[in-house]
Design a protein around this ligand. Structure first.
Ligand code: TA6
Length: 293
């Protein structure tokens, strides 16, 4: 199918009715629904589905930088490019395809970006939906340059929550984090689990590969499994920042929480010919599951 701008979107469905939709604009996952048809990713009611800005919601890909710096645009250019479908991707491990619906996308470096980031790469994204509805994203970034390059990366995942005050994150307690609200100063998390009562914009460092976002009201937990992505961004703009952003409603911050698998503090360096892989898997489990295990 095509969106309003004529840009292709691909929808994947599981046999039991779960689905996900990915746009070739940015290689951005823009929807993920469970087998009851409930949307699990947040999309702003004021989202702008028009280049040159990434739509506010889903899972924009931040590459080759997270945040801003140098002359690259905020969160890099990958989320603002038109990707292509990759009909003949290099093979992945069998378990990455078994019983899953998937699509492979490709972004190649283009000369228009060399002014700010003069490196040649191939970025392959596989989006897959397992029979049980789990969403998997695999990013493979290859250096096809004659010299090394470095990048940072994030799956900027907008989760849809019942009410931000009903949500907590487990798995980040006691970690160090960089606080984007304090010039990236480094702090150590003291609390038990992360809860929300004000704006939060942090990069948790060297995190475990499994973290959980518990939603008490929905009685459901999003389990985030990641690989190759040591850091976790946690972001909620809260009221004041939301009011200053044109593409989010004043109160919509209550229904969203960004929890990103990322590689930020220590950029990834690839030598010529080398490839990096970053995996993210999102699953939904009833909340009782997490307290019992
Ligand atoms: O840490 C998340 C963050 O970098 C925030 O600072 C906030 O600006 C957000 O991403 C969204 O960025 P965007 O460029 O999509 O408006």
């Amino acid at each position: 199918t095509k969106d309003w701008n004529g840009i292709d979107q691909v929808t994947l469905r599981s046999p039991r009715g779960a689905s996900t939709r990915v746009s070739l604009y940015g290689g951005q996952v823009i929807s993920w629904r469970n087998d009851r048809g409930e949307e699990l990713l947040f999309t702003s009611n004021k989202a702008i589905f028009k280049p040159p800005k990434a739509m506010r919601g889903g899972i924009p890909l931040c590459f080759p930088q997270f945040g801003n710096g140098g002359c690259l645009e905020q969160h890099g250019f990958a989320r603002n490019k038109i990707w292509t479908i990759d009909d003949n991707p290099p093979p992945l491990h069998q378990s990455d395809s078994n019983g899953k619906a998937f699509v492979d996308l490709l972004l190649k470096s283009s000369e228009e970006d060399f002014k700010c980031w003069p490196h040649s790469f191939e970025f392959r994204l596989r989006v897959s939906l397992a029979a049980n509805g789990d969403l998997n994203l695999i990013s493979r970034i290859r250096n096809i340059n004659g010299k090394p390059f470095s990048f940072s990366f994030a799956y900027h995942t907008y989760l849809c929550v019942s009410d931000i005050s009903e949500v907590r994150i487990e798995g980040l307690e006691t970690l160090d984090y960089l606080d984007n609200l304090c010039q990236r100063e480094r702090f150590t998390e003291q609390g038990d689990a992360i809860t929300f009562e004000t704006e939060v914009d942090r990069v948790y460092l060297t995190s475990p590969n499994v973290i959980a976002v518990l939603d008490h009201e929905k009685k459901q937990t999003v389990v985030i499994r990641k690989d190759g992505l040591p850091d976790v961004v946690v972001w909620n703009p809260w009221e004041k920042k939301s009011k200053a952003m044109i593409d989010i409603g004043d109160d919509e911050y209550k229904q969203m929480l960004c929890v990103d698998g990322a590689a930020i503090e220590r950029p990834i360096t690839l030598k010529p010919g080398e490839e990096w892989t970053g995996r993210l898997e999102l699953s939904i489990v009833p909340s009782s599951y997490c307290s019992e295990h």
